[in-house]
Ligand binder design. Structure first.
Ligand SMILES: Cc1cc2nc3c(=O)[nH]c(=O)nc-3n(C[C@H](O)[C@H](O)[C@H](O)COP(=O)(O)OP(=O)(O)OC[C@H]3O[C@@H](n4cnc5c(N)ncnc54)[C@H](O)[C@@H]3O)c2cc1C
Length: 288
């Protein structure tokens, strides 16, 4: 099917983007890589009058790491760049692995990390690992800038707290404590597009006696938004990470999942993947 008619605007600076978003509020959509947006437009799910193309604004495409303040990723960074980045591979391997899980090389090169988040599907591969990493996002409009926890960014399927005149500019990830490990595990149907059927991200830090100092577990594709499995986290926090307790936590995560389709199967998969994600993260933490 062909695309509906629209007018394409190509601002050269972030300020110009904000100005256009404010001027055409409600009638305009940002387009980054277009790998999600153009599909929705072809399906007539979205029919914006104007598209603001941001792909050529180089100042939104960067990966910066600071040993004190952590990682900052510009919204336009392609998923392939996240997968390839030596500093992300070294310090935040859960993120590079999650990015590698996205579609094909072509889709990873076109699609951006910001687009993955702003599209706000519950199955987005970058969302749950970033939530587990306590990421925040920077949102900018003509009038103001604000930073919010990514966990609070998602409101429902395809919906975020982004206002009609706001642009997501940056993703920020705080530094990890020593002895931290993180894993993202994704299940998808063979032969279909590689969209997650279930995804589980876990990031944990161990302290003395290998007890769990902190843990964050985030689930993908089993609710209206990516979800934190807080009950599961509470079961493990402060305890020695052993089989019995991991099974209990995984069961809690399964109960916290809110899948709309195939609920029994998906809950089982959340349980299995949560156990694996915790154990793999523990191994990494011990070696870190
Ligand atoms: C064949 C195929 C396979 C795929 N496989 C996967 C997969 O395995 N896992 C997965 O997670 N995704 C997958 N995707 C989805 C897609 O590639 C990713 O979500 C990608 O990261 C989207 O980025 P984009 O730059 O193309 O977003 P776009 O399509 O340009 O934008 C997506 C949405 O975000 C908004 N937006 C973009 N940037 C901003 C910004 N900076 N501020 C505010 N709003 C913004 C747009 O207005 C639009 O509503 C797949 C897509 C296809 C077509």
């Amino acid at each position: 099917m062909s695309l509906p008619r629209f007018k394409y605007l190509a601002p050269k600076t972030i300020k110009e983007v904000c100005k256009l978003l404010s001027q055409y509020k409600g009638r305009v959509k940002i387009i980054a890589g277009g790998t999600d947006l153009l599909v929705k437009m072809k399906d007539r799910e979205l029919t914006p009058q104007y598209l603001v193309g941001i792909k050529k604004i180089e100042s939104l495409d960067y990966i910066h790491y600071n040993p004190v303040t952590g990682l900052r990723i510009g919204t336009l960074t392609s998923n392939q760049s996240v997968a390839n980045s030596p500093i992300i591979r070294e310090k935040f391997a859960i993120l590079s692995k999650a990015a590698e899980e996205i579609g094909s090389p072509q889709i990873r090169n076109m699609g951006t990390i910001g687009g993955n988040l702003c599209n706000a599907v519950p199955s987005a591969d970058m969302a749950s690992p970033l939530i587990a990493l306590k990421a925040t996002v920077k949102l900018l409009s003509f009038k103001r800038e604000r930073t919010i926890a990514l966990e609070k960014f998602f409101v429902g399927p395809g919906e975020t707290v982004l206002k009609a005149d706001e642009l997501l500019t940056e993703i920020q990830v705080p530094n990890l404590s020593p002895r931290t490990g993180g894993t993202y595990l994704k299940l998808y149907s063979r032969g279909s597009v590689d969209i997650a059927t279930v995804g589980v991200a876990a990031v944990l830090t161990i302290g003395k006696n290998d007890n769990c100092d902190s843990i964050r577990i985030a689930l993908a594709a089993v609710g209206p938004t990516p979800l934190r499995a807080k009950g599961a986290e509470e079961i493990i926090k402060g305890k020695k990470i052993e089989n019995g307790i991991v099974e209990k936590a995984a069961q809690a995560a399964a109960e916290e999942a809110r899948p709309r389709s195939s609920p029994e199967y998906k809950r089982q998969m959340v349980r299995v993947l949560t156990m694996q994600a915790i154990m793999q993260s523990l191994e990494q933490a011990k070696q870190a």
